[in-house]
Design a protein around this ligand. Structure first.
Ligand SMILES: Nc1nc2c(c(=O)[nH]1)N[C@H]1C(S)=C(S)[C@@H](COP(=O)(O)O)O[C@H]1N2
Ligand SMILES: [Mo]
Length: 389
């Protein structure tokens, strides 16, 4: 018998689990406003939802409070899988091993001697979504050393194909192999292929916005891979290993994957991809009123491809151009935008934004993203509702 399940049913089935909450339910923090400015209330924020601290070591940014290019260290979202290790900076060493000419163990002072450069980069957790009111995203100015400088310092062998980055944090993990489960202690680890690792972009950061990293941000050293999802930015970085084999650790090969359905010749086929570069996403963060003037504010994150446009649409009208903030033009910074909302009438209104990059990639509508079966990498357009009184 032919399977009668429709394409839509197949696609929907994968979405069923996405409704589960996994971060808890804290309190909203009241956003700070400029003088005279009134925050127009969103009517789409579930009462059960909150931002701020999600327990001692996790934090969501209330995106209605985004006023400046950089997120302060105390607001910067934070998340990780194990406990936050407490690292003594005096005894800290970054180990570089494997297929390098001169394996090394570098102190913090030696790393600082390698370079003192700056990089503005924002990122979001690949699990960021409407459910989290898009608050697993932030933007910072990092100080540190390009990874390339470190790799030149130790000398990379020709056979090195994969570069693995381990954090000091670790815990018991199950590794399943054909019906047998091995419970072993593992460190958080992520990898980059040679071309990406040797590019000028990945960055070893020891400071955020001019101050040493806090413990939750990965003190004393972390990796920042600009344009990639948060998971790639290994915190408490203590070991870089160059190897020939592909790295198949849990956080690389299993936990951070996306299952896609694809229609080929009228048939659905499925494939899985790793979580890597950020998919272009714009988000409306707040709406303000100053006298009778209304402004829609938001941000865009992507893989660093220049943006062609950011657009806002009111009540299913036509897409209108928003203006990008000149304070956020760095390649990997998030881009803040504003839209002057004219002709506002009392009542409830729906606002949505979309970003289009220079390659013509358009931020998808939720419907266009139905081919994505699993919850990560949700860059769908995010309609917001506001009440004008
Ligand atoms: N060592 C280590 N680094 C890690 C993680 C982790 O669990 N351990 N979590 C990753 C994930 S999933 C995200 S979203 C970012 C969050 O970085 P932040 O806390 O600085 O915002 O850290 C990444 N780096
Ligand atoms: Mo994440």
């Amino acid at each position: 018998m032919r399977n009668q399940t429709t394409r839509r049913d197949v696609l929907r089935s994968g979405l069923a689990v996405a409704g589960l909450s996994f971060y808890g339910i804290p309190e909203w923090i009241l956003p700070v406003l400029a003088q005279g400015e009134i925050l127009v209330p969103f009517t789409d924020i579930p009462e059960s939802f909150g931002s701020g601290a999600l327990g001692p070591t996790r934090r969501v940014l209330d995106i209605r409070t985004i006023r400046e290019a950089l997120t302060s260290k105390d607001d910067f979202y934070t998340i990780q899988h194990f406990d936050q290790p407490d690292i003594n900076p005096d005894t800290f060493r970054l180990k570089v091993s494997g297929l390098v000419e001169r394996p090394a163990e570098l102190s913090l002072a030696q790393i600082r001697d390698l370079g003192n450069e700056e990089l503005v980069a924002g990122y979001e957790c690949s699990g960021n979504s409407p459910r989290m009111m898009q608050g697993l995203a932030s933007n910072g100015r990092w100080t540190g050393v390009p990874l390339q400088t470190l790799l030149n310092h130790v000398g990379v062998q020709a056979t090195a194909r994969e570069f693995v980055f381990f954090g000091a944090d670790h815990g018991e993990e199950n590794v399943d192999f054909r019906g047998t489960s091995y419970t072993v202690d593992q460190h958080f680890g992520r990898s980059l292929p040679r071309a990406d690792a040797l590019s000028t972009e990945p960055f070893l950061a020891y400071a955020l916005n001019g101050e040493p990293l806090t413990r939750e941000q990965g003190f004393p050293l972390r990796l920042v891979v600009p344009g990639w999802y948060g998971v790639c930015n290994v915190k408490w970085l203590t070991h870089v290993r160059a190897q020939e084999e592909r790295f198949l650790g849990k956080w690389q090969a299993r936990w951070y994957r996306t299952l896609w359905a694809e229609e080929i010749d009228g048939k659905i086929s499925y494939h899985e991809t790793e979580v890597g570069r950020m998919r272009v996403k714009s988000v409306i963060a707040r709406v303000t009123q100053l006298n009778d003037h209304y402004t829609v504010h938001g941000f865009v994150l992507n893989d660093g491809t220049p943006l062609r446009s950011v657009e806002v649409r009111v009540n299913n009208g036509s897409w209108q151009s928003a203006t990008l903030d000149s304070a956020t033009t760095d390649k990997y910074s998030w881009k803040l935008f504003k839209y002057d909302w004219n002709g506002v009438t009392p009542g409830e209104h729906t606002l949505v934004s979309r970003a289009i990059d220079a390659d013509g990639t358009v931020q998808p509508s939720a419907e266009a993203l139905e081919f994505k079966q699993t919850g990560l990498e949700n860059n769908a357009q995010f309609p917001r509702t506001v009440m004008i009184s």
